[in-house]
Design a protein around this ligand. Sequence first.
Ligand SMILES: Cc1ncc(COP(=O)(O)O)c(C=O)c1O
Length: 401
Amino acid sequence: MQFAQRLNVIGESVTLAVNAQAAQLRRQGIDVVSFGAGEPDFDTPASIKQIAIDALLAGKTKYEPTAGTPEARRAIVDKLAQFNKLAYSPEQVIVSAGGKHSLYLAMMAVLNTGDEVILPAPYWVSYPAMVKLAGGVPVMVRGRPEKDFKITPEQLAAAITPRTRMFIINSPSNPGGHTYHPHELAALAEVIAPHAGIWVCSDEIYERLIFGEQKTCSWAALDFTRWKDRTITCNCLSKTYAMTGWRIGYTAGPRPLIDAMNKLQSQMTSNITSFCMPAIVEALTNSTLEKEVEKMRSAFEKRGEYMWRRLNAIPGFSCVRPTGAFYAFTGIGGALGRPLGKSKAPAREAVEFCRRVLDEVHVALVPGNDFGFCDHVRLSFATSMENISKGLDRLEGFLKL
Ligand SMILES: Cc1ncc(COP(=O)(O)O)c(C=O)c1O
Protein backbone atom coordinates (compact mmCIF):
# COMPACT_ATOMS: atom_id res chain seq x y z
CA MET A 1 0.00 0.00 0.00
CA GLN A 2 1.23 3.46 -0.77
CA PHE A 3 0.92 6.41 1.53
CA ALA A 4 1.75 10.07 1.32
CA GLN A 5 5.40 11.02 1.19
CA ARG A 6 4.97 13.35 4.14
CA LEU A 7 4.87 10.30 6.38
CA ASN A 8 8.46 9.53 5.45
CA VAL A 9 9.80 12.63 7.15
CA ILE A 10 8.77 11.50 10.61
CA GLY A 11 10.02 8.40 12.38
CA GLU A 12 8.42 5.86 14.68
CA SER A 13 8.59 6.94 18.28
CA VAL A 14 10.83 4.70 20.42
CA THR A 15 8.82 5.89 23.41
CA LEU A 16 5.71 4.25 22.00
CA ALA A 17 7.62 1.03 21.38
CA VAL A 18 8.71 0.87 25.03
CA ASN A 19 5.16 1.72 26.16
CA ALA A 20 3.80 -1.11 24.01
CA GLN A 21 6.27 -3.51 25.61
CA ALA A 22 5.20 -2.34 29.09
CA ALA A 23 1.53 -2.83 28.19
CA GLN A 24 2.25 -6.37 27.00
CA LEU A 25 3.96 -7.25 30.30
CA ARG A 26 0.97 -5.86 32.22
CA ARG A 27 -1.38 -8.03 30.17
CA GLN A 28 0.67 -11.02 31.34
CA GLY A 29 -0.15 -9.98 34.93
CA ILE A 30 3.31 -8.55 35.68
CA ASP A 31 3.51 -5.65 38.13
CA VAL A 32 5.21 -2.96 36.03
CA VAL A 33 6.23 0.31 37.71
CA SER A 34 5.87 3.02 35.11
CA PHE A 35 7.86 6.23 35.05
CA GLY A 36 6.58 6.91 31.56
CA ALA A 37 3.55 9.11 32.28
CA GLY A 38 3.46 12.52 30.67
CA GLU A 39 0.36 13.46 32.62
CA PRO A 40 -0.62 14.25 36.22
CA ASP A 41 -1.76 11.23 38.22
CA PHE A 42 -4.43 13.44 39.87
CA ASP A 43 -8.04 13.70 38.76
CA THR A 44 -9.54 16.81 37.15
CA PRO A 45 -11.00 19.04 39.92
CA ALA A 46 -14.66 18.18 40.54
CA SER A 47 -16.09 21.63 39.77
CA ILE A 48 -14.55 21.61 36.30
CA LYS A 49 -16.11 18.22 35.58
CA GLN A 50 -19.47 19.38 36.91
CA ILE A 51 -19.56 22.44 34.67
CA ALA A 52 -18.98 20.26 31.61
CA ILE A 53 -21.65 17.78 32.73
CA ASP A 54 -24.12 20.61 33.27
CA ALA A 55 -23.30 22.06 29.84
CA LEU A 56 -23.80 18.68 28.22
CA LEU A 57 -27.13 18.14 29.98
CA ALA A 58 -28.23 21.66 29.06
CA GLY A 59 -27.79 20.78 25.39
CA LYS A 60 -24.52 22.54 24.66
CA THR A 61 -23.81 19.94 22.03
CA LYS A 62 -23.63 21.90 18.79
CA TYR A 63 -20.96 23.67 16.76
CA GLU A 64 -19.33 26.65 18.38
CA PRO A 65 -17.19 29.47 16.95
CA THR A 66 -13.96 27.96 15.59
CA ALA A 67 -11.66 30.04 17.81
CA GLY A 68 -13.71 29.33 20.95
CA THR A 69 -16.78 30.84 22.61
CA PRO A 70 -16.58 34.52 23.53
CA GLU A 71 -16.71 33.50 27.23
CA ALA A 72 -13.82 31.04 26.90
CA ARG A 73 -11.68 33.52 24.98
CA ARG A 74 -12.46 36.25 27.51
CA ALA A 75 -11.44 33.94 30.38
CA ILE A 76 -8.14 33.21 28.60
CA VAL A 77 -7.53 36.92 27.95
CA ASP A 78 -8.13 37.71 31.64
CA LYS A 79 -5.85 34.88 32.76
CA LEU A 80 -3.11 36.05 30.38
CA ALA A 81 -3.46 39.59 31.75
CA GLN A 82 -3.48 38.63 35.41
CA PHE A 83 -1.10 35.70 35.55
CA ASN A 84 1.22 36.33 32.60
CA LYS A 85 1.08 40.16 32.43
CA LEU A 86 0.17 39.98 28.73
CA ALA A 87 -2.35 42.40 27.23
CA TYR A 88 -4.10 40.39 24.50
CA SER A 89 -7.64 40.94 23.20
CA PRO A 90 -10.10 38.07 22.55
CA GLU A 91 -9.39 38.33 18.78
CA GLN A 92 -5.77 37.51 19.56
CA VAL A 93 -6.64 34.15 21.14
CA ILE A 94 -7.65 30.79 19.65
CA VAL A 95 -8.69 27.62 21.47
CA SER A 96 -7.52 24.35 19.92
CA ALA A 97 -7.52 20.63 20.71
CA GLY A 98 -4.73 20.56 23.30
CA GLY A 99 -1.35 22.22 23.47
CA LYS A 100 -0.20 19.87 20.74
CA HIS A 101 -2.76 21.04 18.22
CA SER A 102 -2.10 24.68 19.16
CA LEU A 103 1.61 24.25 18.43
CA TYR A 104 0.99 22.31 15.24
CA LEU A 105 -1.41 24.92 13.86
CA ALA A 106 1.08 27.67 14.70
CA MET A 107 3.80 25.90 12.72
CA MET A 108 1.48 25.16 9.82
CA ALA A 109 0.51 28.84 9.75
CA VAL A 110 4.05 30.21 9.79
CA LEU A 111 6.52 27.80 8.19
CA ASN A 112 7.37 27.40 4.52
CA THR A 113 9.38 24.60 2.97
CA GLY A 114 13.00 24.81 4.06
CA ASP A 115 12.45 27.28 6.90
CA GLU A 116 14.71 26.53 9.82
CA VAL A 117 13.39 26.18 13.35
CA ILE A 118 15.80 26.35 16.26
CA LEU A 119 15.05 23.76 18.93
CA PRO A 120 16.96 23.64 22.20
CA ALA A 121 17.78 19.99 22.98
CA PRO A 122 16.66 18.05 24.89
CA TYR A 123 13.34 18.87 23.22
CA TRP A 124 9.80 17.64 23.53
CA VAL A 125 9.45 14.65 21.25
CA SER A 126 6.80 16.15 18.96
CA TYR A 127 8.55 19.41 18.03
CA PRO A 128 10.81 17.99 15.30
CA ALA A 129 7.96 15.97 13.82
CA MET A 130 5.64 18.98 13.72
CA VAL A 131 8.33 21.18 12.19
CA LYS A 132 9.01 18.60 9.48
CA LEU A 133 5.34 18.01 8.72
CA ALA A 134 5.00 21.77 8.22
CA GLY A 135 7.90 21.66 5.74
CA GLY A 136 10.48 23.13 8.13
CA VAL A 137 13.93 21.94 9.11
CA PRO A 138 14.68 21.42 12.81
CA VAL A 139 18.03 22.84 13.92
CA MET A 140 19.05 21.43 17.28
CA VAL A 141 21.01 23.44 19.81
CA ARG A 142 22.27 21.14 22.50
CA GLY A 143 21.94 22.22 26.12
CA ARG A 144 24.61 20.80 28.40
CA PRO A 145 23.79 18.96 31.64
CA GLU A 146 26.46 21.08 33.42
CA LYS A 147 24.35 24.11 32.51
CA ASP A 148 21.09 22.42 33.52
CA PHE A 149 20.40 21.85 29.80
CA LYS A 150 19.85 25.58 29.26
CA ILE A 151 21.25 26.91 26.02
CA THR A 152 23.42 30.02 26.09
CA PRO A 153 22.96 33.21 24.05
CA GLU A 154 26.22 32.35 22.23
CA GLN A 155 24.87 28.95 21.18
CA LEU A 156 21.64 30.53 20.01
CA ALA A 157 23.46 33.20 18.01
CA ALA A 158 25.61 30.54 16.31
CA ALA A 159 22.51 28.62 15.17
CA ILE A 160 20.81 31.56 13.42
CA THR A 161 21.05 31.65 9.62
CA PRO A 162 19.20 33.66 6.95
CA ARG A 163 16.72 30.74 6.79
CA THR A 164 15.82 30.79 10.48
CA ARG A 165 12.11 31.42 10.82
CA MET A 166 11.26 30.28 14.35
CA PHE A 167 12.78 29.66 17.76
CA ILE A 168 10.93 27.33 20.13
CA ILE A 169 11.39 27.81 23.85
CA ASN A 170 9.80 25.54 26.47
CA SER A 171 10.18 26.62 30.07
CA PRO A 172 9.71 24.67 32.32
CA SER A 173 10.81 21.94 30.02
CA ASN A 174 9.79 18.46 29.02
CA PRO A 175 11.97 16.37 29.27
CA GLY A 176 14.80 18.42 30.87
CA GLY A 177 12.88 19.49 33.98
CA HIS A 178 14.80 22.77 33.76
CA THR A 179 13.32 26.26 33.85
CA TYR A 180 14.74 29.47 32.41
CA HIS A 181 14.86 32.43 34.80
CA PRO A 182 13.50 35.70 33.33
CA HIS A 183 17.03 37.10 33.07
CA GLU A 184 18.13 34.01 31.11
CA LEU A 185 15.15 34.45 28.77
CA ALA A 186 16.01 38.14 28.41
CA ALA A 187 19.58 37.25 27.37
CA LEU A 188 18.23 34.90 24.67
CA ALA A 189 15.75 37.58 23.61
CA GLU A 190 18.59 40.03 22.98
CA VAL A 191 20.00 37.56 20.44
CA ILE A 192 16.70 37.07 18.61
CA ALA A 193 15.51 40.69 18.71
CA PRO A 194 17.61 42.08 15.80
CA HIS A 195 16.34 39.30 13.49
CA ALA A 196 12.92 40.69 12.65
CA GLY A 197 11.84 37.66 10.59
CA ILE A 198 12.16 35.14 13.43
CA TRP A 199 9.07 34.11 15.38
CA VAL A 200 9.39 32.94 18.97
CA CYS A 201 7.09 30.08 19.86
CA SER A 202 6.88 29.96 23.65
CA ASP A 203 5.45 26.70 24.96
CA GLU A 204 4.36 27.61 28.47
CA ILE A 205 2.27 24.57 29.33
CA TYR A 206 4.21 23.74 32.53
CA GLU A 207 4.17 27.36 33.79
CA ARG A 208 2.33 26.49 37.02
CA LEU A 209 4.62 23.61 37.90
CA ILE A 210 7.76 25.30 39.19
CA PHE A 211 9.69 24.44 42.33
CA GLY A 212 11.59 26.09 45.15
CA GLU A 213 12.86 29.59 44.46
CA GLN A 214 12.73 29.12 40.69
CA LYS A 215 11.14 31.95 38.71
CA THR A 216 10.18 32.16 35.07
CA CYS A 217 7.96 34.36 32.90
CA SER A 218 6.19 34.45 29.59
CA TRP A 219 8.51 35.30 26.73
CA ALA A 220 6.21 38.09 25.48
CA ALA A 221 6.13 39.59 29.00
CA LEU A 222 9.87 40.31 28.79
CA ASP A 223 8.80 43.43 26.91
CA PHE A 224 5.29 43.20 25.51
CA THR A 225 5.61 46.14 23.12
CA ARG A 226 8.71 44.63 21.60
CA TRP A 227 7.52 41.02 21.44
CA LYS A 228 3.74 41.06 20.97
CA ASP A 229 3.91 40.87 17.18
CA ARG A 230 6.57 38.14 17.08
CA THR A 231 5.64 35.78 19.87
CA ILE A 232 3.33 32.78 19.68
CA THR A 233 2.30 32.02 23.25
CA CYS A 234 1.03 28.43 23.53
CA ASN A 235 -0.58 26.96 26.59
CA CYS A 236 -3.19 24.41 27.65
CA LEU A 237 -5.23 23.19 30.59
CA SER A 238 -3.76 19.69 30.41
CA LYS A 239 -1.00 19.79 33.02
CA THR A 240 -2.09 22.55 35.42
CA TYR A 241 -5.59 21.17 35.96
CA ALA A 242 -4.95 17.47 35.28
CA MET A 243 -7.04 17.67 32.09
CA THR A 244 -4.90 15.83 29.54
CA GLY A 245 -7.80 13.88 28.10
CA TRP A 246 -10.02 16.93 27.62
CA ARG A 247 -7.83 18.28 24.80
CA ILE A 248 -7.92 21.98 25.54
CA GLY A 249 -5.10 24.21 24.38
CA TYR A 250 -4.88 27.86 23.43
CA THR A 251 -2.63 30.26 21.57
CA ALA A 252 -2.23 34.00 21.90
CA GLY A 253 -0.43 36.12 19.35
CA PRO A 254 -0.85 38.93 16.85
CA ARG A 255 -4.25 39.06 15.16
CA PRO A 256 -3.00 38.05 11.65
CA LEU A 257 -1.40 34.90 13.09
CA ILE A 258 -4.54 33.97 15.04
CA ASP A 259 -6.63 34.60 11.91
CA ALA A 260 -4.33 32.31 9.94
CA MET A 261 -4.59 29.57 12.58
CA ASN A 262 -8.36 30.06 12.65
CA LYS A 263 -8.50 29.59 8.88
CA LEU A 264 -6.58 26.30 9.16
CA GLN A 265 -8.56 25.06 12.15
CA SER A 266 -11.88 25.88 10.46
CA GLN A 267 -10.99 23.42 7.69
CA MET A 268 -9.58 20.77 10.01
CA THR A 269 -11.30 20.29 13.35
CA SER A 270 -13.64 23.32 13.65
CA ASN A 271 -14.13 24.06 17.33
CA ILE A 272 -13.04 21.94 20.28
CA THR A 273 -15.75 19.83 21.96
CA SER A 274 -18.57 22.27 22.67
CA PHE A 275 -19.32 21.30 26.28
CA CYS A 276 -15.64 21.73 27.20
CA MET A 277 -15.85 25.47 26.51
CA PRO A 278 -17.52 26.33 29.87
CA ALA A 279 -14.89 24.18 31.60
CA ILE A 280 -12.24 26.63 30.35
CA VAL A 281 -14.08 29.47 32.04
CA GLU A 282 -14.39 27.47 35.26
CA ALA A 283 -10.72 26.41 35.33
CA LEU A 284 -9.37 29.87 34.60
CA THR A 285 -11.73 32.01 36.67
CA ASN A 286 -12.68 30.03 39.80
CA SER A 287 -10.04 31.16 42.25
CA THR A 288 -10.88 28.38 44.73
CA LEU A 289 -9.20 25.97 42.30
CA GLU A 290 -5.87 27.53 43.20
CA LYS A 291 -5.79 25.24 46.25
CA GLU A 292 -6.01 22.18 44.03
CA VAL A 293 -3.38 23.46 41.63
CA GLU A 294 -1.06 24.11 44.55
CA LYS A 295 -1.74 20.66 46.04
CA MET A 296 -0.61 19.03 42.79
CA ARG A 297 2.36 21.35 42.36
CA SER A 298 3.67 20.74 45.85
CA ALA A 299 3.23 16.96 45.51
CA PHE A 300 5.28 17.06 42.28
CA GLU A 301 7.93 19.15 44.01
CA LYS A 302 8.32 16.66 46.90
CA ARG A 303 8.40 13.67 44.60
CA GLY A 304 10.84 15.36 42.21
CA GLU A 305 13.23 16.20 45.02
CA TYR A 306 13.10 12.64 46.36
CA MET A 307 13.58 11.08 42.94
CA TRP A 308 16.44 13.43 42.06
CA ARG A 309 18.33 12.61 45.29
CA ARG A 310 17.92 8.89 44.84
CA LEU A 311 18.88 8.92 41.15
CA ASN A 312 22.05 10.84 41.87
CA ALA A 313 23.01 8.28 44.52
CA ILE A 314 23.01 5.51 41.87
CA PRO A 315 26.55 4.88 40.57
CA GLY A 316 26.71 5.74 36.85
CA PHE A 317 23.67 8.04 36.95
CA SER A 318 23.63 11.80 37.04
CA CYS A 319 20.51 13.89 37.13
CA VAL A 320 19.97 17.63 36.83
CA ARG A 321 17.77 18.85 39.68
CA PRO A 322 14.26 19.43 38.32
CA THR A 323 13.03 23.00 38.80
CA GLY A 324 9.76 22.52 36.95
CA ALA A 325 7.37 20.15 35.11
CA PHE A 326 7.43 16.54 36.40
CA TYR A 327 10.41 14.88 34.77
CA ALA A 328 13.87 13.82 35.94
CA PHE A 329 16.06 13.61 32.84
CA THR A 330 18.92 11.41 33.91
CA GLY A 331 22.31 10.78 32.37
CA ILE A 332 23.07 7.04 32.31
CA GLY A 333 26.44 7.32 30.55
CA GLY A 334 28.31 5.84 33.53
CA ALA A 335 26.09 2.75 33.50
CA LEU A 336 26.45 2.00 29.78
CA GLY A 337 29.03 -0.52 28.64
CA ARG A 338 29.33 -2.26 32.00
CA PRO A 339 27.70 -5.47 33.33
CA LEU A 340 24.04 -4.91 34.17
CA GLY A 341 21.25 -6.95 35.73
CA LYS A 342 21.06 -10.71 36.10
CA SER A 343 22.58 -11.45 32.71
CA LYS A 344 25.55 -9.11 33.37
CA ALA A 345 25.35 -8.08 29.72
CA PRO A 346 26.11 -4.43 29.04
CA ALA A 347 23.77 -1.94 27.29
CA ARG A 348 25.18 0.42 24.67
CA GLU A 349 22.60 3.19 24.65
CA ALA A 350 19.32 4.31 26.19
CA VAL A 351 16.80 2.25 24.17
CA GLU A 352 18.65 -0.96 24.91
CA PHE A 353 19.06 0.06 28.55
CA CYS A 354 15.32 0.76 28.89
CA ARG A 355 14.36 -2.55 27.26
CA ARG A 356 16.61 -4.44 29.66
CA VAL A 357 15.27 -2.58 32.72
CA LEU A 358 11.72 -3.31 31.63
CA ASP A 359 12.41 -6.96 30.88
CA GLU A 360 14.40 -7.75 33.98
CA VAL A 361 13.04 -5.54 36.78
CA HIS A 362 9.75 -4.37 35.24
CA VAL A 363 10.32 -0.64 35.42
CA ALA A 364 9.23 1.47 32.43
CA LEU A 365 11.57 4.36 31.61
CA VAL A 366 11.54 6.56 28.53
CA PRO A 367 14.76 6.46 26.50
CA GLY A 368 16.25 9.88 25.77
CA ASN A 369 16.70 9.13 22.05
CA ASP A 370 13.41 10.79 21.05
CA PHE A 371 14.48 13.89 22.97
CA GLY A 372 17.91 14.10 21.31
CA PHE A 373 20.00 12.38 24.04
CA CYS A 374 20.74 8.68 23.59
CA ASP A 375 22.67 8.50 26.87
CA HIS A 376 19.79 9.78 28.99
CA VAL A 377 16.48 8.41 30.23
CA ARG A 378 13.38 10.30 31.31
CA LEU A 379 11.58 9.39 34.51
CA SER A 380 8.23 11.02 35.18
CA PHE A 381 7.39 11.67 38.82
CA ALA A 382 3.71 12.05 38.05
CA THR A 383 3.11 8.88 40.04
CA SER A 384 2.76 8.09 43.76
CA MET A 385 5.67 8.22 46.23
CA GLU A 386 5.08 4.52 46.84
CA ASN A 387 5.59 3.75 43.14
CA ILE A 388 8.61 6.02 42.94
CA SER A 389 10.25 4.32 45.89
CA LYS A 390 9.45 0.81 44.59
CA GLY A 391 10.64 1.59 41.06
CA LEU A 392 13.89 3.14 42.22
CA ASP A 393 14.59 0.16 44.52
CA ARG A 394 14.26 -2.10 41.48
CA LEU A 395 16.45 0.14 39.37
CA GLU A 396 19.15 0.16 42.07
CA GLY A 397 19.02 -3.63 42.15
CA PHE A 398 19.48 -3.78 38.38
CA LEU A 399 22.52 -1.53 38.52
CA LYS A 400 24.20 -3.19 41.49
CA LEU A 401 27.68 -4.32 40.55
C1 LIG B 1 6.37 20.44 26.18
C2 LIG B 1 5.01 20.00 25.79
N1 LIG B 1 4.30 20.75 24.93
C3 LIG B 1 3.07 20.38 24.53
C4 LIG B 1 2.48 19.22 25.02
C5 LIG B 1 1.11 18.86 24.54
O1 LIG B 1 0.13 19.13 25.49
P1 LIG B 1 -1.37 18.61 25.28
O2 LIG B 1 -1.50 17.33 26.01
O3 LIG B 1 -2.22 19.70 25.87
O4 LIG B 1 -1.60 18.47 23.83
C6 LIG B 1 3.19 18.40 25.90
C7 LIG B 1 2.58 17.15 26.39
O5 LIG B 1 3.18 16.33 27.00
C8 LIG B 1 4.48 18.81 26.32
O6 LIG B 1 5.17 18.09 27.19
